[in-house]
Design a binder for this molecule. Sequence first.
Ligand code: HEM
Length: 519
Amino acid sequence: MENIAVGNYLPILDQQAMIILLTSTALCIYVFRAIALSTSAVKAPVVGYRFFIEPGWLVGLRFFRNSVTIINEGYRKYGNSMFKIRRNDGEILIISNEHVNHIRSLPEHQVSGLAAHVKNISGPYTNTTILLEGDLPTRVIQQRLTPNLALVALQMKEELDYALEVEVPECQDEWVSVPIHDILLRLVARVSARIFLGPVACRNEEWLSTSIRYTENIYEVIITLRMLPAYLHRFIAPLLPTYWRVRANLETAKRIICPIVRERQAANNEKSGHNGTGDLLQWMMDMGNASESSPDKLAHRQLLLSLAAVHTSSMSAAHAIYDLCRYPEFFAPLREELESILESSGGWAKPVIPKFRKLDSFLKESQRINPPASLAFNRIVCEPLQLAGGTTLPSGTHIAMASDAILNDPKCLPGGNVEFDPFRWVRLREDPTHPENVHRYQFATTDSNNLHFGHGKYACPGRFYAGQQIKMILGHLLLRYDFKYPDGQGRPRNLSSDENIYPDPAAKVLIRRRHKEQM
Ligand code: HEM
């Protein structure tokens, strides 16, 4: 089996030399660039000229404040109005979340989330502009996957049982040190592959490794390019090894997925019409129009779904485990909830996951403290947009909201206490004086303060599936294993690059099989 270095986002040796070269070039150009960028149609204070990568491997740049700090400070100073930050690929206008309810329902042709997403992932250089061609995955997730989550749970459980046997090392009666982030990544990739591609292809090791590596390769391209002004990207991108690896990943995906699509097309009505119990590939074949459902495009879409789904979910799960080891007093209440609900429901066979309210609350709080990014609700204004208060944003403006700072602002947080309080959300949901809260404040619920999945019509369509998957994986892990940090080790610091935030992929935790009967 190929050894997947999933933990290493950046330190790939053949890229180190390239990065050092690019860094020195970037530093020379940087001063001139900052001056050149000083024009803009919207007047607002600029709080950061450049986001810098923070992890320790770029020692020379560590004295710069990282972008997460810059954005959060900007919010504290100008959060009620607006401020700007400047990346080398352009300026982002951070606007108050009081505008979210106005903007969230505007159509894509007026204010585009996809265009912002493609910009953020350096679309032309990561071969991802196909995202602008239509929203087939979103339609399929909303109309087929989410309504069928209870049915899909059984398939997830089956694959997870297998994945746990394969991915978690033997640790009966002894503590074993494991890179839990990598294990979670493999578990999520396996379970996702089962739901996205079906029971046969999901065990294909080449697909699993491609679906993981693709995201890592894409982010290496993005991070490297963002060290340079946008006008250099077209010249530098083809020099990057990861630029070519992204393309190789796509070729691999086509080699694996196109024959499956053709085979299913040939079998035609036999295998289609899965309705409730199909896989995402089949649903995309059923729902896609002629231009969306060519085998090549479906293969590309599957890879992009992995980009949207695999690392995002495994990072959430890794943060939750790191937080649990930091606050071990919460293992017991979470396990009690899992055990009592599973016992009264007769195991995982029934749709039990929505009943795990404490686990849901823990995940939401863990995400509040360790969000996927310090910015959310990225949009590109495509037609001039007048905001309440009178400011008009011209076409082309990239806007976003300071999602991390907002959820750490006592004014925006119910109760106002910003300390880690994992059961705050379940208390709110079960408050008898506010029965309307029962469906609010869930992991997958968004509102104008909870923006880590976006909000409104174009919020992450996969968030309900993500919540189910993460809870199922964590539920199994908590019931089967004990976790702790090695003596003298605390919670690993999060890493950041530009606005993105990651759990430390290299951190180890100790695990040991529990003696209690597993469910
Ligand atoms: C914890 C895990 C996840 C997080 C934090 C997350 C976050 C996000 C965010 C912030 C957006 C942009 C929303 C906006 O435009 O305002 C998004 C879009 C999207 N997400 Fe998720 N997501 C997660 C898991 C998933 C999963 C599991 C799937 C698939 C089943 C998925 C599929 C998508 C899709 C299709 C989009 C639309 C844009 C695109 O095609 O990439 N996401 N997600």
